[in-house]
Design a protein around this ligand. Structure first.
Ligand code: ATP
Length: 205
């Protein structure tokens, strides 16, 4: 085996948190601090629109209506898997392995001893099992609702519905190695993130 094919021992730090908790903001701060960050949800959206093999599998499983002018028909797919666990599992069984492979290729191109993988459903999807450490961002429910209303102009009911569809923070905390509390200012969140990077550098650097 030549050296280029030997997988590097790069540690993976999973970053997650409920809707509006602030995980994307933490991901942004981590990137600013020089940490390679893989945004799994964003990458999966890109792959669904760009990866020919993945597109073919989706069309085979959900029909040609799954794409419109080459772009994923999110409305159609969301309506198909909404409240149909079997269909949702079918979708996940196609998308998750594709994202996993894409992540692995990305990871092996990085120069850092540790990288971050940000995903909203890291724990629910089981992806946490392939991480070396888990960071969970936690905020009060009302604060999260208020932040998402401001960010997306959505209704409190819609946000609450989405919160209730995810595992609660109490259920997620046992999986976490690091919990970042985000109930105050963005400056505090940045400071917490800075401290986290120091700790992770000591552990994996
Ligand atoms: P989602 O799962 O919905 O993508 P998220 O966990 O990624 O949410 P962010 O997008 O990081 O959350 O944060 C939600 C909104 O709240 C953003 O507009 C962000 O700027 C804002 N926000 C996050 N933390 C704070 C804070 N401590 N103070 C003020 N605003 C904040």
């Amino acid at each position: 085996m030549n050296n280029n094919t030997v997988p590097k021992d790069i540690k993976v730090v999973g970053l997650t948190g409920g809707i509006g908790s602030g995980k994307t903001t933490v991901a942004k701060y981590l990137a600013e601090l020089g940490v390679p960050v893989y945004m799994a949800d964003e990458e999966s959206k890109n792959l669904l629109n760009e990866d020919p093999a993945l597109k073919e599998q989706i069309i085979e499983a959900f029909g040609s209506e799954a794409y419109e002018n080459g772009q994923l028909n999110r409305k159609y797919l969301a309506a198909t898997v909404f409240k149909d666990t079997e269909q949702l599992e079918k979708l996940n069984a196609i998308v998750h392995p594709a994202v996993f492979t894409h992540f692995d290729l990305w990871k092996n191109r990085q120069k850092s001893p540790w990288v971050v993988k940000e995903a909203a459903i890291l724990i629910e999807s089981g992806s946490y099992k392939s991480c070396d450490a888990i960071v969970l961002v936690v905020s009060n429910k009302n604060t999260r609702i208020q932040r998402v209303i401001t960010r997306d102009q959505s209704s409190a009911e819609a946000v609450e519905d989405r919160i209730n569809n995810q595992l609660s923070d109490d259920d997620k905390i046992p999986y976490a190695d690091y919990v970042l509390l985000n109930n105050t200012t963005l400056e505090h969140l940045y400071e917490h993130t800075y401290e986290l990077v120091k700790q992770l550098n000591l552990r994996f650097g």
